[in-house]
Design a binder for this molecule. Structure first.
Ligand code: TLP
Length: 346
């Protein structure tokens, strides 16, 4: 990748090793369960997450949607943060397609939901109320600045949910980043949840795909829903081959992206007219706000950067999001900082 693309880690291209593995992948019809590479990926994913089974799905959005629909009946309620990806950025799929009612409570700055808010949101036994069925957490938390939830917090939320006969789904799109940031085994973060979706196609560089993991029975239901949504894939082994490398090789280098995100954040914070929205980033996501004296809008600034071959996410009138990943090296970070510093002169 010649362009410095910081808009997201979703922009990552597959590595040369992935492309080779994709070309060589053994395949079969996965709707029949016949694709050996998909089966291998699903087993590997389940084992990493400490779950009985896994299911390859097209995207993180599809994994979360299927997860919610496999837990909830129509008219039931899912409790989630007001900054959750499942609430803000998934096209309202859980209600549009599943008739599931999202009940939002405030996300705290550290990405958590308060225990008392969760407990307060759970409905009692009353004929007027929908049935509360699910709590959703997100780790790392995208819109809270890539912050991480601890294993202990996740366990406590799971215990609270289970006490009230609810389930816990984890949107772990970037769960390997959460694991790298805390230096803990990914399984510790995923195990307390009843189900987890994690993405192969973000910082892990695979071109397509996420894996939904849970019990055998849950994945059996999830597989049926995936088919219903048109997400049953055929010779998906070509994708799974990249996914296996994503898990085995790419998940163990994410601390490098986190170091670069901190360098980027440090540099931006040192520039006149820029301030970090959430302080130093714990993982690979940096949110930064620009004073209008630099450029009147973030969009205008982003257009100038774009002409220099640097793409950044515009997430507000004066706000940017920059995400580091495998294809962003030290030189790219320094070039980006130089370009930001040149903005007030451009
Ligand atoms: N997030 C994307 C955009 O949709 C905002 C990004 O660039 O960060 N959960 C979380 C926490 C996510 O950040 C995302 C993608 C998803 C789920 C959905 O994954 P995909 O894009 O594969 O559907």
């Amino acid at each position: 990748m010649n362009i410095i693309d910081l808009r997201s880690d979703t922009v990552t291209h597959p590595t040369p090793e992935m492309r080779e593995a994709m070309a060589r992948a053994e395949v079969g019809d996965d709707v029949f369960g016949d694709d050996p590479t998909v089966n291998r990926l699903q087993e590997l994913a389940a084992q990493k997450m400490g779950k009985e089974a896994g299911l390859l799905v097209c995207s993180g959005t599809m994994g979360n949607l299927i997860g919610v629909l496999a837990h909830c009946q129509r008219g039931e309620e899912a409790i989630m943060g007001d900054k959750a990806h499942t609430f803000l950025f998934e096209q309202g799929g859980v209600s549009a397609l599943g008739g599931v009612f999202p009940h939002t409570i405030p996300n705290q700055a550290d990405g958590t939901l308060k225990f008392e808010d969760i407990e307060g949101a759970i409905r009692g036994e009353d004929v007027h109320f929908p049935v509360s069925r699910l709590v959703i957490l997100e780790n790392t938390h995208n819109r809270c600045g890539g912050v991480v939830l601890t294993a202990e917090y996740t366990r406590q939320v799971a215990a609270l949910a289970h006490k009230h006969n609810l389930r816990l789904h984890l949107d772990g799109a970037r769960i390997f980043n959460a694991s790298a940031a805390q230096g803990v085994n990914v399984k510790e973060l995923s195990e307390p949840a009843d189900s987890i979706t994690f993405c192969l196609s973000k910082a892990l560089c695979a071109p397509v795909g996420s894996v939904l993991c849970g019990t055998q029975d849950f994945i059996y239901r999830a597989r049926r829903i995936r088919k219903q949504l048109g997400g049953g894939m055929r010779q998906a082994g070509v994708l799974a081959a990249a996914g296996i490398i994503a898990i085995e090789k790419m998940s163990i280098r994410l601390h490098e992206d986190h170091t670069r995100a901190r360098r980027l954040a440090e540099g931006l914070a040192g520039l006149k007219g820029f301030s970090l929205d959430f302080g130093m980033p714990p993982s690979n996501i940096v949110f930064v706000t620009m004073d209008p004296f630099v450029k009147s809008t973030a969009k205008e600034a982003a257009d100038i950067l774009d002409r220099e071959g640097i793409k950044v996410g515009v997430v507000g009138e004066h706000r940017f999001r920059l995400v580091t990943h495998y294809w962003i090296d030290d030189r790219a970070v320094e070039k980006t900082l130089a370009a930001f510093s040149g903005l007030s002169r451009a």
